[in-house]
Design a protein around this ligand. Structure first.
Ligand code: HEC
Ligand code: HEC
Length: 435
């Protein structure tokens, strides 16, 4: 064979191999590796889906028919604007142009017809600081931190930052006096396809709503509206387990965050009072088709979790993780049909105390309850996203601060952490950062 042809063949083989291992065009690859066993056809669909997920959507009408229909109200122009490198977002930083990976859910007291949070009559269920040309945005987010200090048993002081949020420049008049807000940052997306396959029955195995084993921990499942099944099913995605399936989560993100309608979410994000918004041109009845939504869903579902790193004190840390009851919520494993996964979540809701409370219910989750955050992938966050911010609103700047925010059912674990020696703390954090 002519050597030029040989090089060409090698390049093709290499391109195919590297593409089949990672999402196309991605750098900082910890959250971009694809699961094994995907067929050529699936890889082609993932490529198409990833482009709809990663490239910016534009205002309708446009020559880019496949990706038009942005807004009229929106938070960001693409999924990766918030899930950068498929990783985790962060709260806005003072002095820098605000990024919008922190979104604000809105509701008032009462329930909607599906048992979910009742939207504000004007501003809806999510605050949109951005809008297309000719349409007013809903306003701006103002975030401030107050400091508080926790002293550990060996005298070390840890400063925690407690956020307070204000929604300013409200362009459609005042919000309901009864408004409740829930700030949330974008979690990383590695492993979500595996969580989608966890069965209801295996989640319920760990639930102990009335704390019958009297260990102070009483996880319970959220049941949320499942649009396709037209009934409530167990919730898994989002910080309060407020979405039942990956498909509905993704379609919900297209609608709520980008303003893209689909067969699952047919309405634009405009209320009756927002005339400029409801009369703006749109990208057709369904701005993303079922076929394309399916491709995006396959792409997101195919992101694998990074390998466990086993840092220096992994083994010592694992024992402390158990002795402080961390594993009782951060459940080490789930059995799927064909594999065991180690997500370190029970996918259940827990009362986390007043400090973390958003005072806003979300289906069965009350204002103090959050889904146990999965810990897998946590150690890859720094290299991938350039920061170590954690918790639902990104207030914790590292693992230690995240643990110190634990209260409610996790108060015993938090106190246990405060009483550890410096070496023990290092070991526990090493373990968490290995996952
Ligand atoms: C404005 C920022 C933002 C944009 C844009 C965004 N997301 Fe998200 N994403 C979030 C936040 C915040 C959450 C948590 C939501 C909650 O708790 O209610 C989330 C949650 C998710 C989850 C669930 C993860 C888990 O482990 O529970 C998936 C999957 C997801 N988003 C996919 C997408 C897709 C697909 C798109 C593009 C269509 C997208 N997101 C666009 C901010 C964003
Ligand atoms: C009662 C259940 C419970 C126990 C016990 C518990 N956690 Fe958590 N953990 C949670 C919940 C719920 C969250 C999400 C809270 C939020 O975002 O407001 C969380 C979040 C975290 C986070 C941040 C994850 C992220 O993605 O932002 C870390 C790290 C963590 N826990 C570590 C630990 C460690 C270490 C222990 C033991 C010392 C522990 N947890 C004990 C329920 C628990």
């Amino acid at each position: 064979m002519n050597y030029k042809i040989l090089i060409l063949v090698q390049a093709l083989v290499w391109a195919n191999l590297s593409y089949s291992k990672y999402l196309p065009g991605t750098d900082r690859k910890a959250f971009s590796k694809l699961v094994d066993g995907l067929s050529k056809k699936q890889l082609a669909q993932i490529k198409a889906g990833f482009s709809l997920y990663a490239k910016g959507w534009v205002t309708a009408p446009s020559s880019t028919r496949v990706r038009d229909g942005l807004g009229p109200h929106f938070n960001a122009v693409s999924c990766v604007s918030c899930h950068q490198h498929n990783g985790r977002g962060r709260p806005p930083v003072k002095g820098l142009k605000p990024d919008f990976s922190l979104l604000i859910r809105l509701s008032i007291s009462g329930e909607n017809k599906n048992g979910g949070p009742l939207a504000d009559p004007i501003y809806g269920g999510q605050f949109h600081p951005r809008s297309t040309l000719g349409v007013k945005s809903e306003g701006a987010l103002n975030l401030k931190y107050n400091k508080k200090v926790i002293t550990l048993s060996d005298g070390k002081n840890v400063e925690l930052q407690s956020p307070s949020y204000k929604l300013d420049n409200l362009n459609y008049g005042p919000m309901s006096p009864d408004i409740r807000i829930s700030p949330r940052v974008a979690p990383h997306l590695a492993g979500v396809g595996k969580l989608d396959r966890v069965t209801e029955q295996s989640i319920l195995e760990y639930s102990d709503e009335f704390d019958q084993n009297v260990d102070g921990i009483s996880g319970r499942a959220n049941y949320v509206w499942n649009i396709i099944e037209s009934k409530k099913t167990i919730g898994k995605f989002g910080w309060k387990a407020n979405q039942p399936t990956l498909l509905q989560q993704n379609a919900g993100a297209f609608n709520g965050d980008l303003g893209i309608t689909s067969s699952l979410f047919k309405k634009q994000n405009c209320s009756i009072g927002q005339v400029d918004c409801s009369t703006a041109l749109d990208g057709g009845e369904l701005e993303i088709s079922d076929k394309h939504l399916g491709f995006v869903n396959l792409a997101v579902a195919s992101i694998d979790v990074p390998q466990v790193k086993r840092l220096k004190y992994y083994e010592e840390g694992r024992k402390i993780f158990e002795s402080l009851d961390c594993h009782k919520c951060h459940r080490p494993s789930f059995e799927l049909e064909s594999e065991t996964i180690s997500a370190y979540t029970d996918l259940l809701l827990h009362d986390m105390g007043e400090g973390l409370a958003d005072k806003r219910s979300d289906f069965m989750a009350n204002g103090r309850e959050w889904k146990t955050a999965p810990l897998w992938g946590i150690g890859a966050q720094k290299e991938t996203n350039g920061h170590t911010f954690l918790l639902h609103d990104g207030r914790a700047r590292n693992v230690e601060e995240a643990i110190l925010w634990h209260g409610g059912e996790a108060k015993k674990s938090q106190l246990g952490y405060i009483n550890l020696s410096k070496d023990e703390r290092t070991s526990l954090i090493d373990f968490v950062n290995s996952l």
